[in-house]
Design a protein around this ligand. Structure first.
Ligand SMILES: Nc1nc2c(ncn2[C@@H]2O[C@H](COP(=O)(O)OP(=O)(O)O)[C@@H](O)[C@H]2O)c(=O)[nH]1
Ligand SMILES: [Mg+2]
Length: 320
C-alpha cells in the first residue's frame, strides 16, 4: 500500500534509535513460571504446534524452548494471522526458517473457517507422527498435540478452529481427561477419530525472546507484549518509523492528516485534533486546560495497524 505522495518526500529516519535500553521490563516474569509445568506436560506430547505471528516469522520466537524441548519432538511451526501478513515472499520465509532447522511450516488464518492452511494442520501432524521413523511410537495409537507460543499469536484460536473442524463432522466431541504424570491431569480434546488425535486444551505460553529494541517493538506492535510495558507512545513512534521507511503512507488518510511526517508528536497532535480527543491537564498557572489527547491518538494509530488498515505487512522483511 504505497501511495503516490507527497510531491516532496520528507527525509525519514533510516534506523530506529530508542533511548531506554532496559528490555528486561518488557518480559513479564510470570511467564517463566509456567515453563516447568509445561515441560512435564510435554513428556506426553507427540507433536508440538508452535504458533507464531506471520508478520514476524523471525522475531520473538523463543529459541531456548525450541532447543530444549521441541528439538526432540515432531514440531510444526504455524505462522498465523496470515490475513494481516505480507507473505508474497513465502518461499523465502520458508527457506530462511529451514536454515534454522524448521522444516514444517504452515501459514494459517484462524479468522477463516475455510482457510487452506488450517486444513493442512492435521494431515501434516498425522504424517509427521506416523510416518517419521524417528518418532514412530509403538506403545500407543493415540497421540497428543500441544499448542505453544508467545501470547496473542492465536494459540487458543487455533485450538478452537481444530476443535470446530472435528465437531463439524458430527462426531462426539468428548473432552476427556488423561491422568498425567506427577499429579497433573491433562484436559484434552479429541480432534480426530482415526488416528485418534487429542489436543491439550491449555496452550503453553512462552515468554517472547526480545533480543533487541526493534524485536521488542515488533512484538509489541503485534500485541504479544502488553502495550503499557513498552508504552503506546513508543510503539506508535516505531510504527510511524516503519511505515515511512517502507514508503507506506496509507496512515496519512487513516489518521486524517495532510502529509507524511516522521515526527510522531506532530502526527499524534493532528490525529488527536481530528479525533476530537482531548485531555484535561493542569497548566503552570494552576488552571485546568484541554489539550489534545496524544495517548488516544497513539491507541488509534496502533489499532489501525492491528486491524490491517495499512495493508498486509512483513515486519521482519530485512531477514530475507
Ligand atoms: N486477524 C487475525 N486475528 C487472529 C487470528 N488468530 C487469532 N486472532 C486474534 O488474535 C487475538 C489473540 O488470539 P488468541 O487465540 O487468544 O491467542 P493466544 O493468546 O495465543 O491464545 C484474538 O483477538 C484473536 O481473535 C488470525 O488468523 N487473524
Ligand atoms: Mg490463549
Amino acid at each position: 500500500m504505497t501511495s503516490k505522495f507527497p510531491s516532496v518526500i520528507p527525509r525519514f529516519r533510516e534506523s530506529y534509535t530508542f533511548a531506554n535500553k532496559d528490555l528486561s521490563k518488557w518480559f513479564p516474569g510470570h511467564m517463566h513460571k509456567g515453563m516447568k509445568q509445561m515441560q512435564r506436560k510435554l513428556k506426553m506430547v507427540d507433536c508440538i504446534l508452535e504458533v507464531h505471528d506471520a508478520r514476524i516469522p523471525f522475531s520473538g520466537r523463543n529459541p531456548n524452548f525450541y532447543h530444549l524441548l521441541t528439538a526432540v519432538k515432531p514440531h510444526i511451526l504455524v505462522l498465523n494471522k496470515v490475513d494481516l501478513a505480507d507473505v508474497t515472499s513465502q518461499k523465502q520465509i520458508e527457506q530462511s526458517l529451514k536454515e534454522q532447522g524448521i522444516n514444517k511450516i504452515i501459514f494459517t488464518n484462524c479468522k477463516d473457517q475455510k482457510d487452506r492452511g488450517l486444513k493442512k494442520v492435521l494431515p501434516t501432524v498425522t504424517d509427521l507422527v506416523t510416518n517419521t521413523e524417528r518418532y514412530n511410537r509403538v506403545e500407543s495409537k493415540e497421540f497428543h498435540l500441544m499448542a505453544i507460543g508467545v501470547p496473542n499469536v492465536g494459540k487458543s484460536s487455533l485450538i478452537n478452529m481444530l476443535r470446530h473442524r472435528h465437531l463439524k463432522k458430527g462426531k462426539a466431541s468428548r473432552v476427556g481427561a488423561l491422568a498425567g504424570i506427577t499429579r497433573s491431569v491433562l484436559e484434552r480434546i479429541k480432534i480426530s477419530e482415526d488416528p485418534p488425535i487429542y489436543l491439550l486444551d491449555t496452550p503453553g505460553i512462552l515468554a517472547p525472546s526480545v533480543k533487541n529494541v526493534e524485536v521488542g517493538l515488533r512484538l509489541a506492535l503485534c500485541a504479544t507484549i502488553k502495550d503499557h510495558l513498552v508504552g503506546e507512545d513508543v510503539i506508535a513512534d516505531y510504527l510511524l518509523y516503519w511505515l515511512n521507511k517502507h514508503q507506506n503512507f496509507s496512515y496519512v488518510q487513516y489518521l486524517g492528516i495532510d502529509e507524511p511526517s516522521d515526527d510522531i508528536r506532530l502526527v499524534l497532535l493532528k490525529t488527536a485534533v481530528n479525533l476530537g480527543k482531548t485531555v484535561k491537564v493542569l497548566s503552570s498557572e494552576g488552571s485546568w486546560v484541554q489539550m489534545p489527547n496524544l495517548q488516544a491518538a497513539s491507541s488509534h494509530f496502533i489499532k489501525g495497524f492491528r486491524e490491517g488498515k495499512f495493508g498486509k505487512v512483513l515486519l521482519d522483511d530485512e531477514f530475507l
